[in-house]
Unconditional design. Structure first.
Ligand SMILES: C[S@@+](CC[C@H](N)C(=O)[O-])C[C@H]1O[C@@H](n2cnc3c(N)ncnc32)[C@H](O)[C@@H]1O
Length: 285
């Protein structure tokens, strides 16, 4: 591993705004941000109180804390965390957490948040598959999924972050009327997600296959991420979907989905991406 990566890994271990695979956090994020805001040096998870308004598995409130639950938004597959940081700046009274496995990428966002004194922004280093270990039922208001790997091969569809397998995971901590945002340059992932929404009868709030062509763009959508800037698919078209997942996602529909997505076409941009991603992965190894 390169020296630069090692330095970044060591740095995030010292950062108060980064938690790596944290144990015992469900229900405690209000208390966490309260302490982060006060700027004390070390945050001891064991001593954080659980928010009174949260109930759920393994949660028992001490009914004795003053930590007010503020709106909490996650950025999944956050990379350098442009959304966590950008939204943190836009909404100083709300809290934001970026989640990614790669510590050297998280380091970037966490360093900017520290430098700019953004006390409402934090990062969790972990696999997304483990997120239900970190949040209590109803603790999260919104989820942004920004330029995730589209997992283009049909056989990898279950790894797409809007596959029902993942949506069921998010349901464990996202409020019933909570919102999921997907921003992607992959037409395949966009069409796949629309198919999921249609098949499982989810509530589609908004969709566009050409975000920057829209008349009125939600200012949050103007935040640009590192991968957006790379324009790997060379499509210069950004797709965006907003939807709710507040209802059951029957397991038996997964087999129907598997068949239904066989025909979603892969355009030339996706083929360019496949090659570019393979080359990048080789370089990073
Ligand atoms: C294509 S990059 C996008 C990063 C960032 N959102 C952007 O737009 O620049 C995908 C990110 O997802 C992360 N990732 C992929 N699968 C993951 C998983 N299962 N758990 C955690 N992070 C994951 C990778 O580490 C990577 O940083």
């Amino acid at each position: 591993m390169g020296q630069k990566k090692l330095i970044k890994f060591a740095a995030i271990k010292e950062y108060n705004n980064v938690l790596e695979f944290p144990q015992g956090m469900p229900g405690k994020w209000a208390a966490f941000f309260n302490i982060l805001n006060k700027g004390t040096t070390a945050i001891d998870i064991a001593n954080l109180s659980i928010s009174d308004s949260l109930v759920g598995p393994n949660i028992s409130s001490d009914n004795n804390n003053e930590d007010v639950l503020t709106k909490l938004t996650l950025e999944l597959a956050c990379g350098r965390g442009e959304y966590a940081v950008g939204l943190g700046r836009m909404f100083p009274n709300e809290n934001f957490i970026g989640i990614d496995l790669k510590g050297n990428r998280i380091w970037k966002g966490a360093s900017i948040a520290n430098k700019d004194g953004l006390k409402n922004v934090a990062f969790v280093r972990s696999q997304i598959e483990l997120t239900s270990n970190y949040f209590a039922k109803d603790e999260v208001d919104e989820i942004w999924i920004t330029f995730p790997d589209p997992q283009l091969r049909w056989s990898k569809a279950k790894k797409r972050l809007t596959h029902p397998k993942f949506l069921r995971l998010y349901q464990q901590f996202l409020k019933n009327d909570g919102i999921v945002h997907l921003k992607t340059d992959s037409p395949l992932l966009y069409n796949f997600t629309l198919k999921v929404i249609e098949l499982y009868g989810l509530h589609l709030i908004y969709k566009t296959d050409h975000l920057y062509n829209e008349q009125n763009i939600d200012p949050r959508c103007l935040i640009k991420t590192y991968y957006e800037g790379l324009d790997i698919a060379q499509s210069s078209k950004i797709h965006y979907i907003q939807f709710n997942i507040g209802q059951d996602l029957p397991l038996e529909l997964d087999a129907v989905l598997k068949e239904a997505i066989k025909d979603i076409p892969m355009d030339i941009g996706e083929l360019i991406r496949m090659e570019a991603e393979a080359a990048r992965a080789k370089k990073e190894d």
